[in-house]
Ligand binder design. Sequence first.
Ligand code: 5GP
Ligand code: MG
Ligand code: MG
Length: 188
Amino acid sequence: MTQRPYHIETMISAKAIAARIEDLAKEIRQAYRDTDKIVVVGLLRGSFVFIADLVRELEMNVEVDFLEASSYGSGTESSREVKILKDLRGPIEGRDVLVVEDIVDTGHTLSAVLKLLQSRNPRKLETIALLDKPARREVDLKATWTGFEIPDAFVVGYGIDFAQANRNLPFIGSVVFDDEVPEAGGKA
Ligand code: 5GP
Ligand code: MG
Ligand code: MG
């Protein structure tokens, strides 16, 4: 399959991400101050870079586990079905859990994951999303902590892919298709 030509425009620099994570880590440490160990749950695959930076900045006793969910558009967008492709390795009953997501878009994925994890009776269950696209929300939900609110654009980098590429970019960029770029000085 040939890929439509595109380029990537920087939306959030690596430096801005690092600075934001420092602040978020302080807030999380404060919120979990009476906890001796937290279970950090990364949602695969997009959160893998974020979780790596976040846990190092947290400077807390953490366990790291992963869960992979996939949402399928079954008919209308708002009736999305979320499937668990890979479950946690460890139990979370009575534990203090922090779910780490790359992007909250429609909200269906995080909502379904939280419902599942809540049914296992953790002591505490909070969420952090690096990015939030509030304009796209279909489910009434907000992560406990959000890195950046962004407009409705398709983004890549810092763990997030486009057709499995670009996950290793150190910044967040938006994908711009070359045939959609408005011509400078073009006819109105
Ligand atoms: P939701 O269930 O909230 O609609 O979808 C969340 C998931 O869709 C995110 O965790 C992410 O994996 C994917 N997603 C949403 N927006 C984007 C985007 O701009 N780029 C990429 N690569 N994935 C996205
Ligand atoms: Mg995701
Ligand atoms: Mg993806």
